[in-house]
Design a protein around this ligand. Structure first.
Ligand SMILES: Cc1cc2nc3c(=O)[nH]c(=O)nc-3n(C[C@H](O)[C@H](O)[C@H](O)COP(=O)(O)OP(=O)(O)OC[C@H]3O[C@@H](n4cnc5c(N)ncnc54)[C@H](O)[C@@H]3O)c2cc1C
Length: 383
């Protein structure tokens, strides 16, 4: 059996590497041994992360694109907004993985192992992690492996998915306005769900088209791809090459992930509830959560004390209740939200940085009867 590490981080994806990055940049961890384990070597572009933030952000040096304008629309309302002071920022995962691996590979207290992990358990004052190749031991385990079973094995909290297929396409002629993202284009057929097209033009000849749903059930691959083809046809885009594809299925739920934490094991990332439940956005929240986690680890407290519920958990639950019970109304709901509030207020609210007054103002712009019913259902879950 190998040495006992201070920390094992399971997963070198977004949350595992954000945590490692912050540990590597904090001298408090210099005398701590840290092992990162993943079954893959993360050097591919397997994700495109976008998020909104003010200029001069922490990862601006690796942005592959940023936009100042965003389009939101449904059948009744279509508008382009200036997001200022927010920018919509894009990071290719390969650039993020490289940034972090370059830093941790220069630190002698970090080790990386490629292994597939089968299980883990606490034995007295250690955590044992069982891989296909070997057994690893540590004082603490930070675990980003996502397991959907705990969410499926309960009925209390609604569970929707943000699911999508995206095509990166390239055209021969210059046709895209690359100063504007189509953040949510609900003008497409809804077919009883919340469906929208998400379009990120990265240049005048290149764009990512993502057919996205917030709903309970995933679709056949052909349904997403046919929807992208139809959308492109309707834009008059016929001559294009598909350069890359991506797909995702991100949990949207207020399930209390923190119940899985124990004195020595903490779930992080998607598996720790770092995904914003009402949107599926994870990058920005993970940035904030990993900062909070580092401060927490330095306080040497029991890991079960890490989680703190905030008021946004309840807002997310109400929004999810509405979308779960009335999945066909997403186009109208999001349209109304953006029509009645400034995009800056909505972005601040979704980044969990509003004031109580501004938050309530936003929640009150939801259709009243739906809002009241959903609030009652959500409040019943608090008892
Ligand atoms: C295609 C795509 C695009 C996305 N775009 C955005 C976006 O624009 N904005 C946003 O905010 N969010 C986005 N997300 C959501 C979210 O940011 C990502 O899913 C993010 O990667 C989640 O981070 P994580 O650390 O929880 O999990 P991951 O990044 O998936 O990391 C988990 C790691 O654990 C490893 N692993 C799992 N099981 C084992 C095992 N048994 N043994 C060894 N290793 C294992 C995996 O290989 C993986 O590297 C996107 C997701 C996808 C899939």
């Amino acid at each position: 059996m190998s040495n006992k590490y201070d920390y094992i981080i399971l997963g070198s994806g977004l949350s595992g590497l954000l945590t490692a990055y912050r540990m590597a940049n904090d001298a408090w961890f210099d005398d701590k041994s840290i092992l990162i384990i993943d079954k893959e070597i993360k050097n591919q572009n397997d994700r495109t992360w976008c998020f909104w933030e003010e200029p001069n952000g922490e990862f601006d040096s690796i942005l592959s694109k940023k936009w100042e304008k965003a389009f939101i629309g449904n059948q009744d309302f279509q508008q382009s907004f200036s997001m200022y002071p927010y920018l919509y920022k894009m990071i290719r995962s390969r650039d993020f993985y490289k940034l972090v691996f370059d830093i941790i590979s220069s630190k002698s207290n970090f080790t990386f192992e490629k292994d597939e992990i089968l299980s883990w358990k606490t034995i007295e004052d250690s955590v044992e992690v069982y891989g296909k190749n070997q057994v690893y031991t540590s004082n603490f385990l930070l675990n980003s492996f996502f397991d959907v079973d705990p969410i499926l094995n309960q009925k209390k909290y609604p569970y929707l998915k943000q699911h999508f297929i995206g095509w990166f396409i390239k055209t021969k002629t210059e046709i895209f306005d690359d100063s504007e993202v189509k953040f949510m284009d609900f003008t497409i057929e809804q077919n009883g769900n919340t469906r929208f097209m998400y379009v990120l033009p990265t240049s005048k000849t290149e764009a990512l088209f993502e057919y996205t749903l917030f709903s309970e059930d995933v679709l056949e691959k052909s349904e997403y791809e046919n929807a992208i083809k139809t959308y492109l046809e309707n834009l008059g885009i016929k001559d294009y090459e598909i350069v890359e594809k991506e797909h995702g299925n991100i949990p949207m739920t207020c399930y209390p992930f923190h119940q899985q934490n124990s004195e020595r094991i903490l779930f992080i990332g998607m598996s720790g509830g770092w995904t914003k439940a009402s949107t599926g956005f994870t990058f920005f929240n993970s940035k904030k959560q990993s900062e909070k986690l580092i401060a927490f680890l330095k306080s040497n407290q029991n890991l079960t004390q890490y989680h703190q519920k905030n008021r946004y958990w309840l807002y997310d639950l109400i929004l999810l209740e509405v979308l779960h019970q009335n999945n066909e109304m997403g186009a109208q709901l999001f349209g109304t939200l953006f029509q009645k509030n400034s995009i800056q207020d909505i972005f601040r609210f979704l980044n969990e940085e509003g004031t109580i007054l501004s938050d309530i103002k936003i929640m009150l712009t939801l259709p009243q009867w739906l809002f009241i019913k959903a609030t009652f259902r959500a409040l019943r879950k608090l008892v």
